[in-house]
Design a protein around this ligand. Structure first.
Ligand SMILES: [Zn+2]
Length: 172
């Protein structure tokens, strides 16, 4: 899979089935994306203007760069369509805040949910959206593709609501 891999359209992307091709571990981190972030910030079903239920609208998803936390192997992952057993019977709600910080005030961040870039967050912004996925992978990236300190993996139940505050490691 190369950096020029075309986008695929998915309704409910997931990273749940991804394993390290070298050692088989599921303990990986997303360390950026192939081909530049600006191209990826599409498919805004999750934004400041209101909730658009995930799964109704197809979104474009491109390959991401990952690093295995166990054997340190770096590899490219392509998010895939979530299988039926991965979908919740009813959507769950995520309320995600980018922690306000004086450093990095002018820098916009992109929110990655399950391998798709779903919202742009200015300093201190909060977005609310819904997910149909049981296992949710959440991280912020800046426009150069540097990820936030935390790569969150959250298991959710139908109608559950989770609030999170994310910040960049050291930088923002
Ligand atoms: Zn590995």
């Amino acid at each position: 899979m190369s950096d020029e891999e075309p986008a695929v359209e998915l309704h409910n992307p997931t990273l749940e089935s991804i394993t390290c091709p070298q050692c088989g571990s599921t303990n990986f981190e997303i360390i950026g994306q192939s081909g530049g972030l600006r191209r990826l910030t599409t498919g805004m079903f999750f934004g400041n203007a209101g909730n658009i239920i995930r799964g109704v609208q197809a979104i474009q998803v491109r390959p991401l760069k990952a690093k295995c936390a166990d054997c340190k192997h770096k590899f490219i992952v392509q998010p895939v369509e979530a299988p039926p057993e991965e979908l919740l019977d009813a959507p769950a709600t995520l309320v995600i805040t980018r922690k306000k910080s004086i450093i990095g005030m002018a820098v916009n961040m992109s929110l990655m949910l399950n391998g798709a870039f779903v919202a742009t967050l200015k300093n201190g912004d909060t977005v609310t959206g819904q997910t149909r996925n049981k296992h949710n992978y959440i991280q912020l990236f800046d426009q150069s593709g540097v990820g936030s300190a935390r790569f969150d993996r959250i298991e959710m139940t139908p109608d559950q609501k989770i609030e999170m505050v994310l910040k960049m490691k050291g930088r923002y």
